[in-house]
Design a protein around this ligand. Structure first.
Ligand SMILES: Cc1cc2nc3c(=O)[nH]c(=O)nc-3n(C[C@H](O)[C@H](O)[C@H](O)COP(=O)(O)OP(=O)(O)OC[C@H]3O[C@@H](n4cnc5c(N)ncnc54)[C@H](O)[C@@H]3O)c2cc1C
Length: 1136
């Protein structure tokens, strides 16, 4: 089945539609048919409904829970709650209405999870056409049973729908007797309901067979003397629940298991066959009668086939249509004991290259000769007069087609064998000698991926309806990351499990079907494409996925392993850039979906359907982008790490070019790479002296700054000045994604704290110093690269001291840039430059810590409290999902008119989720053992924002610097970091490498300021000559250059010492740079402002902001005096 046609299929429409079924009429019951019983002693088969004829509610619940991020098992537990008298059982006895049930049930679920649960949507799914659909194998079995003269019955525990009709999504005509619990007011396993069913059938218990998936129901039937068949997989009833009624409702299996069991009605049918003694499965799988619009002239076809096969007498020609092959209609033909398949072009005018069945015929013929399992093709008929269009005929290949990639009902070892066979056959296809089989001209050789990218971009653009950010990023990213080397082989183009016919008993591929998209190309595209299901949810329409399954438990190889398996079989080195291929494959699917969406907008489809298809495109494009991001990380992380202490270093010089913000720096006049100046373990003072991979990274960052960051500054700046400033700028979020994909992410975590490079880039402090300076040339770059304070310090704190649970909860979202954090130490009532002064209390209470305290200057807490404008709250917007229009009213236009709302906790930077809180657990302990650090979720009740503080009038939105009260804030004990009394130690550790980041950035500020100054004074004339010719200006430039160089050398030296000897040994140098860097930056920036004239104070240039932050850092990083005191103390202590 071709993926394109999958999505075009009208099935997609009903897959997504939810509606209640309307089968309601109760058939007359108890009718008997007069036929012979084929030797069977049984006269009737009684079917349970949910779990036997249609999927069980357990499976539906599992699927719904995954989709709605509800803890698995919640629904099951709630359904069992109360046993016989619980809402579910009363609902099935029609003692309460659907409305009443949903009310009670919703309440139950919400109580369990302490949050509202949308049970209505579960109920809709349960009763939707998509889900509540009879298994075809059961339909077939019922037809056969009835054909043999046996009666059929359905005995179901069911309920009334809101429209007062009973829920029975079955064709009632299939059954002689229907017994529904909601109509009788009794449920299985109450014996009365079985007796009622037997009575209506007019049979003794021993004359019937009963199929159910629940042991308790079967037990009662067996006790009455009915023969029972239990659906496979439900053999063991859970021990978790003791109430037999509850067990009768649903066994509390883990949802994944339930899902697998439910999808396997085949085994039950086999067992039934054994009992009945006749076959129940005679039809050709996956076929249906030919649609009216798809009929083909049988007579001329029969004549053609007689000639082709050389047969005289044939009997009637049987014709069915396959569900597969939407794009090229495909038929099953039975003629004179020959089973054949015909595949034709669709009728009507076609694009010249589309539906090329001639190519399909050609490739299958060629591949059969090369030993690839394909159906045996017999003839290509290009004469349209036979059936109206060209077609080809092949032999029908009986076997199994696995439509569900989770392979329900199979043993783990069997599943693994199936996937291995799939992999092997793909290798076979890709190993075909093109020349030997005459396929060299089957497609263009080389450049397959670039061509495909261009094609799909074009297709996407042609059907684009609105901007999808992930698609835009991919359109830029894919051409830049094309694989360097590509092999050329036959590619299938749509290689998926359900395009393979398997041997019924062996894990062996008998035939690979649907070659419509085959060509010559890069084989890895096929490998990636065959792993799509690994990343899609099981509820994904048409392309059913397995990303919500436990693959290890199922025995299915993960995608990485599948790739490895492929490379091993092909004798290739491991595919390092497989994430690229996955990104490309999903991009292609997203482009297809967008086409479907566009057509749905213009066609007849319902608006719900159109909307949902649109969402699919976005969903898939985000998946594709996730792979692009992973590839970015992979490229970066795999750059070999060279220990800076063992490589050669040199100072470097070349003529300084005119500054662009990231222009190369000149340090001295020593010739480049002079061997006389290399020394082992020396200080890397220039980016050009960094190891090759880090140098490459530096240049990548530089390029990124030039291409992405500087051009974005005006927009980012105006966002910060706009009414929407308290919500994050979408542009920042977009740039973050781009930086991630380029591997320019989390560069700050020092190798020493993260030796396995598990969380960060694994740079040394010196290496990072150069990159950090570069980021410092823009106020926005640190956040774009997830390297901004206070997150960096907090992340480092979690890496160093966090438990695994704390890391999982806080560190990972921070590393992914999905959350932000703040650090709360400073208090208004005490001199906080001395951390031992802080007064906030942390008191133990049961299994909690209770915090009380008043903090301020808490960077990253962001938004001000909501002003009431002297009346009721103007809006009730979700603070974590602010829209610009909403906030402009609250925060932009009328700020602080007095009368704040009683501040709600969690009203902060919408992304700020964690507060690293410093308080005192024991005021009587020794001075440095009184403090503790707690991780406080920002939505904990009792956190009250008083106001945002400003720095020279700047708010620094959306992070901001908040004044906050903590009033009886209760935090679980496991949120303590390291333990009580360890706060001081943690604060010191937190400020390890983080201590020098600000200094590095300040050098970046200064370099940019000087560059701007130089450009300005060259271009501006005063009193008849350029400013640059004024002596004072020249003196200022010289002074600034010297000061920057001095400060940089000191910063690099501190970083180098930290790398060599550790943070403690570098204490003096750290204190020195903290003394030096902010004031140096203030002076350099001040000179630049002066040279600019009044413009320097405006926000047209970053100078005023640079100046503000350089000044603020003389407090934020601890007051200058404290650093001076440290330097003096150490000077006196260690030096003579
Ligand atoms: C922009 C900005 C962001 C900030 N972000 C945070 C944050 O996220 N979290 C947080 O907890 N805090 C933050 N702070 C607060 C900052 O850490 C404190 O302002 C700083 O520690 C000084 O404390 P203080 O303001 O209480 O000054 P005080 O301790 O009252 O000191 C006032 C002055 O006293 C003098 N002084 C102090 N000690 C000495 C000494 N030993 N010798 C001589 N003179 C001395 C200095 O001149 C000093 O400036 C931020 C501050 C700013 C400006």
């Amino acid at each position: 089945m071709c993926v394109r046609s999958c999505f075009q299929s009208p099935r997609l429409q009903w897959v997504w539609r939810t509606a209640f079924l309307k089968h309601t009429q109760r058939r007359h019951q108890g009718s008997h048919r007069w036929t012979h019983l084929g030797g069977s002693t049984y006269r009737a088969v009684i079917f349970d409904m949910g779990g036997v004829l249609i999927p069980s509610p357990g499976r539906v619940a599992a699927e719904w829970e995954v989709q709605n991020r509800i803890p698995s098992g919640t629904i099951l537990k709630a359904l069992m709650e109360g046993g016989e008298n619980g809402p579910w059982m009363r609902f099935m006895r029609a003692e309460i209405t659907a409305e009443g049930f949903l009310r009670e049930f919703g309440r139950l679920c919400s109580e369990m999870l302490k949050t509202s649960v949308p049970v209505d949507s579960f109920f809709s799914l349960l009763t939707s056409e998509r889900v509540a659909k009879q298994f075809p194998v059961m339909t077939e079995a019922i037809t056969q049973i009835r054909a043999k003269g046996l009666q059929t019955a359905v005995l179901s525990n069911n309920f009334y729908l809101p429209n007062q009709k009973s829920f029975l999504p079955l064709d009632r005509k299939q059954f002689d007797v229907i017994v529904e619990s909601c109509m009788e007011g009794i449920c299985k396993p109450d014996p009365r309901i079985y007796k009622l069913c037997l009575e209506q059938l007019g049979l003794q218990p021993s004359e019937s067979i009963f199929l159910d998936d629940l042991g308790t129901n079967l037990k009662e039937a067996a006790r009455l003397g009915i023969h029972t068949i239990k659906r496979q997989g439900f053999a063991v009833l859970p021990k978790l629940v003791s109430n037999s009624w509850a067990q009768a409702i649903y066994p509390p299996y883990p949802p994944k298991v339930v899902r697998l069991q439910v999808n396997d009605p085949e085994t039950a049918v086999k067992e039934l066959e054994a009992l009945l003694g006749f076959t129940l499965r005679v039809g050709v799988p996956n076929t249906r009668p030919v649609k009216k619009t798809m009929e083909i002239p049988k007579d001329s076809l029969q004549k053609y086939l007689k000639d082709l096969l050389g047969i005289q007498t044939t009997g009637p020609l049987e014709l069915l249509q396959f569900d597969h092959g939407q794009s090229n209609p495909t038929y099953y033909i039975r003629l004179a004991n020959r089973d054949l398949v015909l595949r034709k072009k669709p009728p009507g005018t076609l694009l010249p290259s589309a539906h090329a069945i001639e190519r399909e015929f050609r490739i299958m013929k060629a591949l059969a000769n090369a030993g690839v399992p394909v159906p045996n093709v017999l003839d290509l008929c290009e004469d349209s007069s036979v059936i109206g269009t060209p077609f080809y005929v092949m032999e029908y290949c009986p076997g199994l087609i696995y439509k569900d990639p989770s392979l329900p009902g199979l043993e783990p070892s069997h599943r693994r064998a199936i996937y291995t066979a799939m992999n092997t056959v793909l290798c076979k296809i890709h190993s075909v000698d093109l020349q030997a089989v005459g396929l060299e001209d089957y497609g263009k050789q080389g450049d397959y991926i670039p061509r495909q990218v261009r094609t799909w971009v074009k297709q996407y653009r042609a059907s684009e309806t609105s901007t999808i950010p992930a698609m835009e990023r991919l359109i830029e990213w894919l051409p830049l990351h094309l694989p360097r080397q590509q092999r050329t082989t036959v590619v299938h183009g749509d290689f998926r499990l359900d395009n393979l016919v398997f041997h019924p008993e062996e894990p062996e591929v008998l035939a690979v079907l649907d070659w419509e998209l085959s060509t010559l190309g890069d084989p890895l595209a096929d490998v990636a494409y065959s792993c799509l299901a690994h990343y899609l949810p099981s509820s994904f329409p048409v392309l059913r996925g397995i990303n919500d399954c436990d693959l290890t438990q199922l025995g299915i190889p993960a995608a990485e392993e599948y790739f490895r398996m492929y490379c091993l079989q092909m004798g290739l080195p491991p595919t390092e850039n497989w994430n690229f291929y996955m990104a490309f494959s999903f991009f292609r699917v997203a482009a297809i979906l967008q086409g479907v969406y566009k057509r749905s907008l213009t066609g007849q489809a319902s608006s719900t359907y159109a909307e949902q298809t649109g969402k699919l495109t976005e969903f898939v494009s985000n998946l594709a982008w996730d792979f692009a991001v992973k590839e970015g990380f992979r490229v970066f992380k795999e750059m070999p790490f060279t220990n800076p202490l063992t490589r050669s270093y040199h100072t470097w010089a070349r003529p300084q070019s005119q500054w662009c913000p990231t222009g190369s720096r000149s340090y001295s006049s020593v010739p480049e790479a002079s061997p006389a100046h290399t020394s082992r373990g020396g200080l890397v003072i220039s980016p050009e002296s960094l190891s090759p991979p880090v140098r490459e990274l530096y240049h990548r960052l530089k390029h990124f700054m030039e291409q992405r960051v500087y051009p974005a500054e005006p927009e980012l700046q105006s966002h910060q000045a706009s009414a929407a400033r308290w919500s994050p700028s979408p542009l920042i979020e977009d740039l973050k994604e781009k930086a991630k994909a380029e591997g320019l992410w989390n560069l700050f975590l020092p190798l020493e704290a993260d030796p396995e490079k598990k969380y960060g880039a694994g740079l040394t402090n010196v290496e990072y110093a150069h990159l950090c300076e570069l980021m410092g040339t823009s106020l926005y770059a640190p956040e774009v690269c997830n390297c901004s304070a206070p997150d960096t310090g907090n992340m480092e704190l979690l890496v160093r001291y966090g438990t695994e649970a704390q890391k999982a909860r806080w560190l990972i979202p921070l590393l992914e840039g999905k959350a932000r954090s703040c650090f709360a130490m400073t208090e208004p009532q005490v001199a906080s430059s001395d951390a031992t002064n802080i007064e906030a209390s942390i008191r133990e209470e049961d299994s909690f810590y209770v915090i009380n305290g008043h903090k301020w200057w808490i960077t990253g807490q962001g938004r001000p409290p909501v002003p009431t404008h002297g009346r009721m709250p103007p809006c009730t917007c979700d603070p974590r999902n602010l829209s610009t229009s909403c906030c402009s009213f609250c925060f932009g236009q009328l700020p602080f008119l007095g009368g704040f709302l009683a501040p709600r906790s969690g009203i902060l930077d919408p992304r700020c989720q964690l507060c690293v809180f410093m308080g005192k657990t024991d005021p009587h302990a020794p001075r440095h053992r009184q403090q503790s650090v707690l991780l406080v979720p920002m939505d904990t009740p009792g956190i009250k924002i008083i106001r945002p503080l400003t720095v020279y009038g700047l708010e620094d939105a959306p992070g901001g610097h908040g004044e906050v009260r903590f009033e009886h804030v209760r935090v679980p004990k496991e949120n303590m970091v390291l333990g009580p009394g360890r706060g001081f130690e943690i604060a010191q550790g937190r400020l390890g490498p983080g201590r020098i980041h600000h200094c590095m950035r300040l050098i970046g500020f200064s370099e940019r300021a000087l560059a701007l100054m130089k450009a300005r004074v060259k271009s501006r004339l005063a009193f008849g000559k350029p400013l640059v010719e004024q002596g004072t200006v020249l003196a200022d430039i010289a002074q600034s250059r010297v000061e920057i160089e001095q400060a940089r050398l000191l910063v690099l030296r501190a970083a180098h010492l930290m790398d060599l000897a550790g943070n403690k040994a570098a204490a003096l140098d750290i204190a020195m740079i903290k003394m030096v860097a902010p004031s140096m930056a203030s002076r350099v920036i001040d000179r630049a402002i002066q040279a600019f004239g009044a413009a320097g104070l405006s926000s047209d240039y970053p100078l005023a902001q640079f100046f503000t932050w350089a000044r603020a850092l003389r407090f934020a990083d601890g007051p200058d005096e404290v650093h001076r005191a440290t330097v003096a103390k150490l000077e006196l202590k260690h030096r003579i």
